[in-house]
Design a protein around this ligand. Structure first.
Ligand code: PLP
Length: 366
């Protein structure tokens, strides 16, 4: 049976991308970020592929995601960094999950967990999301020293996250991060891993790489920013989203299409029904804009994206029921890219791949 909705994931592309990026950032180590179901690609499969490609670490947002990787038998060094009070810190420690720690309160809680927690102290260098604020650093580090001396924690890392707000802001954050590292040293901490950069910073700023970089979107072969040419770096998109054509209709000029008739056909044309909708992650904002490739020809969504389906205007291209409609994949093969969809939806490629829905079957190929 053919799958109705299919995301084909090239694990070989993920391995290759990690290997390529690892060579680029060496001697820095690479953490492959597999949060949010591996950016929609499957957390476990993406993690395995990244490790095959030479990833040194894995990173996820929360402890639940980390424990799911451990339950799947993945034993690699692993960091989780987004925690609510009362998160399962003891369970994480027992599963050898390192914890990103952003405040003294969190540090106190983790130090009270059973076992010795390996922590990465997060400082806010300007993103103003997570991480200890500048005027708390001294206290934060001193508290960490006390807990370390008591054997309650081991400080393995110190880290921060860039806002990617332009070279000038990046440089300020890099400087401030170095200040934080020096302050941590001055109170007696000796974290072996200093890390700041995600994909964009790691690719653009060699001085942001420190001991390790945390790579998400680039590991999946997609660009972290418009001015990063991932193809020129040798990266390959890992996900292709496709479905079989369900019906084909030849309609006359003036025909209205889909709910609300947001689209009227200008000419006699071929309309093709594709069983992917907003429940599957096709952005409703791509109404009348999203590109689709069938039999090597480009069509465009006609009318509103529905929950389960889209109608694609294929003009005079011959299409038959059962032909494969590709929404996005590796654009070097002639199909649209996740970036094309991001543009059509006023979004970013991260959101396009991450929101691919649960009922889309993931099929893994090397
Ligand atoms: C703390 C942290 N590090 C690294 C990443 C990976 O970022 P990117 O996908 O841009 O490489 C993320 C993703 O949002 C993140 O939140």
């Amino acid at each position: 049976m053919t799958d109705l909705r299919l995301a084909t994931i090239s694990t070989g592309a993920i391995s290759h991308n990690i290997q390529t990026l690892r060579a680029l950032v060496a001697p820095a180590l690479v953490m492959a970020v597999v949060k949010a179901n591996g950016y929609g690609h499957g957390a476990v499969e993406s993690a395995r592929a990244a490790l095959d490609g030479g990833a040194d670490w894995l990173g996820v947002a929360d402890i639940t995601e980390a424990l799911a990787l451990r339950a799947a038998g993945i034993d690699a060094p692993l960091l989780a960094w987004l925690h609510q009070p009362g998160a399962g810190f003891s369970e994480a420690v027992h599963a050898r999950v390192d914890l990103g720690i952003s405040s003294i309160a969190q540090l106190t809680e983790v130090a009270a967990a059973s076992g010795t927690a390996c922590v990465h102290l997060k400082v806010d260098t300007g993103l103003h999301r997570n991480g200890a604020f500048l005027d708390e650093w001294q206290q934060f580090f001193e508290a960490a020293v006390a807990h370390e001396l008591a054997g309650r924690i081991h400080v393995r890392g110190i880290w921060s996250h860039l806002a990617n707000a332009g070279a000038e802001h990046d440089a300020k954050q890099i400087d401030l991060f170095s200040t934080a590292v020096a302050m941590a040293h001055s109170v007696g901490l000796r974290p072996e891993l200093r890390h700041l950069a995600a994909s964009e910073g790691a690719i653009k700023h060699p001085d942001a790489r420190f001991d390790l970089v945390r790579l998400g979107i680039s590991a999946y072969g997609l660009a972290p920013a418009d001015d990063v040419d991932v193809a020129a770096l040798g990266l390959v998109p890992a996900m292709t989203l496709s479905a079989p054509v369900i019906s084909v209709k030849r309609v006359v000029a003036g025909s209205g299409v889909s709910y609300g008739y947001d689209f009227y056909c200008e000419n006699d044309t071929t309309l093709v029904l594709v069983p992917l909708g907003y429940a599957d992650g096709v952005p409703r904002h791509a109404t009348n804009r999203g590109p689709v490739s069938i039999n090597g020809a480009r069509g465009q969504i006609a009318g509103r994206v529905a929950m389960d389906q889209i109608v694609v205007n294929m003009g005079d291209t011959p299409v038959a029921v059962g032909d494969r409609a590709v929404l996005f994949g590796d654009s070097s093969t002639g199909v649209p890219s996740a970036d094309d969809w991001a543009e059509a939806a006023g979004s970013i490629n991260y959101e396009i791949v991450t929101r691919i829905g649960q009922r889309v079957v993931r099929r893994y190929e090397r």
